[in-house]
Design a protein around this ligand. Structure first.
Ligand code: GN1
Ligand code: MG
Length: 364
């Protein structure tokens, strides 16, 4: 890998770099925190995984279009009193580029760091849950008048569950290793839900749901919380801002926010979906989103919660069967363990269907 200091200097020439260390725990890109000897003390440096993002220039273009749009919109935005909201800045190189390609062909970009803020892998309490939902509501509202056609589709098939199922079947045909009880459990779990898994795409094809501009990865640890006030103040990880259904975002935020054990737990058998957290996230979200959600949108909220948990389980499981080619892993069964967590969560959502539907009805 290139010398990190010289990469960092592309984005901050003439400032002394004091320290660079690995940062966060993303599953795709490589992320570093750069500390400078300057007033603006730190920034985030990332190497984009081009095996996942085949056109990283378009990822950067989407990011610039959407952040500039959100910043403009924010100037006249009725935030609740005392609330701050920040939009990330893309840092440019000396010659005005939003990325830098090193001699080995690696694609680098730099992003501002939000001061006095932190994120958490799991939701800590009801207040945090409400703030997380509110954050997604602000984010969607800020982008609600940016036509999704202005953005490129940087990751074809992202969150299109039937596409993941197709890929899964191709991988399965080639899979020849032994089938442990856990693998058999997953095989059966997927099998029993394949017919339903096109629910959102069918609704989209029928014109019931329409494409908007979405975040794509609004899990809890992508929401920054102010360290002093505990309020949500920003969304990070803007790589997957692109056209999609808001349902992908809502489902993803809930599958992440309502799983108190977190997606990396080893205790998959005790994973559950917490309906109190679900109510709080939806309350926060709908306090903003009620303005632009349609009746059809509401009708598919339950399915979106169930589907995004199932879909992530399917993506992890497929990657395990395929030999861990997509998500970073720390050990060979890591993706299998992650899949079990998401399938358990899906099962818990299914067993509480009536309660979840009632929450949605109450808040509508
Ligand atoms: C990946 O790299 P990271 O952690 O931001 C993935 C998301 C998954 C998430 C699960 C581009 O996001 O879709 O929900 O892992 N991102 C991509 O933790 O596939
Ligand atoms: Mg991400």
């Amino acid at each position: 890998m290139s010398n990190l200091v010289s990469v960092a200097e592309q984005f901050k020439p003439s400032v002394k770099v004091i320290d660079i260390k690995e940062f966060g725990n993303g599953n795709i890109n490589k992320t570093f925190l750069v500390t400078l000897n300057a007033k603006e003390k730190q920034f985030v440096l990332q190497r984009i995984n081009t095996r996942v993002f085949h056109q990283p220039e378009l990822v950067m273009l989407n990011m610039r279009i959407s952040t500039e749009h959100m910043r403009r919109r924010l100037r006249h935005f009725p935030l609740s009193s005392g609330h701050r909201w920040e939009v990330l800045h893309v840092l440019l190189t000396q010659d005005g580029q939003d990325h830098w390609v090193d001699s080995e062909g690696s694609f680098w970009r730099a992003i501002s760091l939000i001061d006095n803020a932190q994120s958490f892998d799991t939701v800590r309490d009801i207040g945090h849950a409400r703030e997380a939902g509110y954050a997604l509501g602000i984010f969607h509202t800020l982008l609600s008048d940016l036509p999704s056609g202005k953005l490129a589709d940087t990751l074809k098939g992202f969150h299109v569950t039937p596409y993941y199922l197709q890929h899964y079947h191709k991988v399965l045909i080639k899979y020849s290793a032994g089938k442990s009880p856990e693998v058999n459990y997953c095989l059966q779990f997927v099998n029993e839900r394949s017919a339903w898994a096109n629910v959102l795409e069918t609704a989209r094809a029928q014109g019931r749901l329409r494409l908007r501009t979405i975040h794509g990865d609004p899990k809890v640890n992508n929401i920054m919380m102010d360290t002093a006030s505990g309020q949500a103040i920003s969304f990070i990880d803007l790589d997957t801002i692109k056209p999609g259904l808001v349902h992908y975002d809502i489902g993803d935020c809930l599958r992440s926010g309502c799983n108190p054990l977190g997606e990396e737990t080893k205790q998959w058998e005790t994973v559950r979906f917490d309906t109190d957290l679900c109510r709080a996230i939806l309350q926060g979200y709908l306090s903003m989103a009620n303005e632009f959600l349609t009746g059809n949108d509401f009708d598919y909220l339950y399915d979106s919660i169930r589907l995004l948990a199932f879909e992530l389980g399917l993506r992890f499981f497929t990657d395990y069967l395929e030999g861990n080619v997509y998500f970073k892993v720390r050990y060979p069964e890591h993706n299998l363990d992650r899949a079990l967590v998401q399938f358990r969560l899906t099962g818990s959502i299914e067993s509480q269907e009536t309660a979840i539907r009632n929450i949605i009805k109450d808040l509508r």
